[in-house]
Design a protein around this ligand. Structure first.
Ligand SMILES: [Ca+2]
Ligand SMILES: [Ca+2]
Length: 263
């Protein structure tokens, strides 16, 4: 009986979320491979949006991408309209509307959300993720974020800020760079100026409680490099966000407590 109540609560929450714009983070976490976009889709999956920064140029961000202040990741609101993606196989030119691209010419079923900013500071891929576990993820809990960066081309010179810088926000306004000693922001060593795929996995420690039914946000930010135009065209694939093992059990207990209170 108790189990049915818990699963009922989670199912209800999942249904509520599916009609909204957020992606749902459940007891086993969240994953997205973008393959549902198909070969012709022009919208990112639920919860995702791509847009170019509303400001700047290829010289706005030099040696780093600021999380706050003027011309930063925080400048554009989380409600910024998503662009209409261009469906393609492998992108070769800049486009501020971004791409629904194939992982490679030989694997068109494997879709990738790709970026190629031009004239502006950079491109942003945003995920709005709703806590659908039925419990509270508490401050200090770690989420492990894993993703692939697809490198589509060899730029004529290596870019200063290759790959994606990852940022997170628990309120949609204050952003922090997700970077650790074990998994720092990308460099030309980890995201080389070659065609291929870079896998990265990094821990994000929640700075405050993530309550049931509320959203947190992630942004993968692609700098528009001064070194080359187009700069190295890259794409995001195979995103996985999972709680640390002990956190899953705690979130499950949270769901149990919620279900008990509702009886
Ligand atoms: Ca894919
Ligand atoms: Ca770039």
């Amino acid at each position: 009986m108790r189990i049915r109540l818990i699963s009922g609560a989670i199912t209800l929450a999942a249904c509520a979320g599916s009609s909204l714009a957020q992606a749902n983070f459940g007891l086993v976490g969240y994953s997205e491979n973008f393959n549902s976009m198909g070969t012709s889709g022009t919208a990112a999956p639920t919860g995702w949006r791509h847009f170019a920064t509303s400001f700047g140029s290829n010289s706005t961000w030099g040696t780093s991408i600021p999380a706050s202040g003027a011309s930063s990741v925080a400048t554009d609101a989380v409600t910024t309209a998503a662009t209409v993606l261009t469906a393609t196989t492998t992108p070769t030119t800049n486009a501020n509307n971004g791409f629904n691209a194939a992982a490679s010419a030989g694997n068109t079923a494997d879709r990738v959300l790709a970026t190629a900013p031009t004239t502006v500071a950079g491109a942003i891929i945003q995920l709005e993720l709703r806590n659908n576990t039925g419990g509270i993820m508490t401050a200090g809990d770690t989420l492990t974020i894993s993703f692939d960066t697809v490198r589509y081309n060899v730029a004529s010179s290596a870019n200063q800020l290759p790959g994606y810088w990852l940022f997170a926000s628990v309120n949609g306004t204050t952003w922090t760079n997700v970077s650790t000693v074990a998994s720092p922001n990308p460099t030309i060593t980890t995201v080389p100026n070659t065609v291929g795929v870079t896998a990265r996995s990094v821990g994000y420690v929640l700075p405050s409680n993530w309550n049931a039914g509320t959203s947190i946000y992630f942004r993968w930010v692609d700098d528009n490099a001064t070194q080359t135009s187009p700069d190295q065209i890259i794409g995001l694939n195979n995103v996985s966000i999972v709680p640390a093992p002990g956190v899953i059990a705690l979130a499950g207990m949270g769901g149990l407590l919620v279900a008990r209170r509702r009886r």
